[in-house]
Write a protein that binds this ligand. Structure first.
Ligand SMILES: [Mn+2]
Length: 347
């Protein structure tokens, strides 16, 4: 892990850039269903490599870019990212990872293949220690803030396009500096504001959404139950996994609710999301404990996500899984009211 000493940081970035120079084909891997933080971090690293070494790096990801805001961001800002299944992975000599780490389960890079550079703000994982260049700063609200510092320290010109994506990444990841941020995030946020294109930003923040978006809202609210201060919702089947995290954010606004746990089935697997505003909890740790041997999970203090592959798609199998997850959730959060009550109770 990199220290926050500015001289050591400058040295690290200089050494990294020199090491990358002339290395051959470079791949930048973002996490699956990349969010603005992952996309902006990847683009910033791509810009740094291009400007300082003249090499073009390819950005890749697994899953889909589902959330409408993120798709508008990609279109409006011309982000070129290639789904990983379209690439021949043998072609790349250097692999960089941003906003995720090797073998954590939320990225599509095969765990047995080497990774050379890891820049992230999630808790440091064991497998990351084997990588040569590691900059993991858990306290940072956004990975984009770390990459912003790379651009600044190497004097890379920050275009309107790059500024707009970095700003939007920090804005969404920290909920406008309301959640999990440090001074570096605030400095980056403030320095980027005057460089952004506000028209594009407005189109990203307020996109038109399809009707099934409202179906998800309806389903999340109609089925939500509150157990003590824990709200649980189930979207059943969704086409876009990001909607689970979005509904979790939305439902955390309910009065009296401190933690939200949501799930949905997507492409034959379960997608999980957890949000909490309790400062004494680590959502990432709790969700990892709940998921355990069933799948993968990870996150920060207040937000976490996970995936569980479903062995068979029959309804009984899924019901058993949901029951198991709820039992573990209630045990972890010491919930006593296990019957719960509807969020939308008839009045
Ligand atoms: Mn992130």
């Amino acid at each position: 892990m990199l220290s926050n000493d500015p001289r050591l940081f400058r040295q690290f970035v200089n050494d990294l850039v020199e090491w990358l120079r002339g290395k051959g084909r470079i791949l930048i891997v973002a996490h699956d269903a990349p969010d603005p933080d992952a996309l902006a971090s990847a683009c910033a690293l791509q810009a740094l490599i291009l400007v300082r070494t003249g090499q073009e790096a390819v950005i890749t990801y697994g899953g889909v870019i589902g959330r409408r805001e993120n798709r508008v961001m990609v279109e409006e800002l011309g982000i070129e990212a290639v789904p990983i299944h379209l690439l021949d992975l043998d072609l790349f000599d250097v692999v960089c990872m941003v906003d995720t780490q090797p073998g954590v389960g939320n990225n599509a890079w095969p765990p047995e293949r080497p990774v050379h550079v890891v820049i992230d703000h999630h808790p440091l994982r064991e497998g990351t220690a084997r990588c040569h260049w590691v900059d993991v700063r858990e306290e940072f609200g956004a990975c984009a803030t770390i990459l912003y510092e790379y651009l600044v320290v190497k004097g890379v010109y920050i275009s309107t396009r790059l500024a707009t994506m970095l700003f939007y990444a920090i804005k969404t990841e920290t909920q406008d500096l309301g959640r999990e941020w440090v001074k570096a995030d605030r400095d980056a946020y403030q320095e980027l504001i005057p460089l952004c294109n506000n028209h594009i930003l407005a189109r990203i923040v307020h996109p038109k959404v399809p009707q099934d978006y409202f179906v998800s809202f309806h389903r999340a609210m109609a089925g939500a139950r509150i157990y003590d201060k824990v709200l649980v919702f189930d979207l059943h089947n969704v086409a876009n996994p990001d909607i689970v995290a979005e509904m979790a954010d939305f439902l955390l606004r309910a009065e009296g609710v401190e933690t939200v746990f949501g799930l949905a089935e997507c492409n034959g697997g379960q997608v999980l999301s957890m949000r909490t505003d309790r400062e004494d909890l680590s959502a990432g740790t709790i969700l990892r404990d709940i998921v355990g041997e069933l799948g993968h999970a990870g996150g920060h203090g207040r937000i976490a996500g996970g995936q569980i592959p479903l062995a068979s798609a029959d309804a009984a199998n899924r019901r058993r899984l949901v029951t198991t997850l709820k039992r573990r959730l209630f045990a972890a959060l010491e919930v006593s009211n296990r019957r719960g009550q509807r969020l939308l109770s008839p009045r």
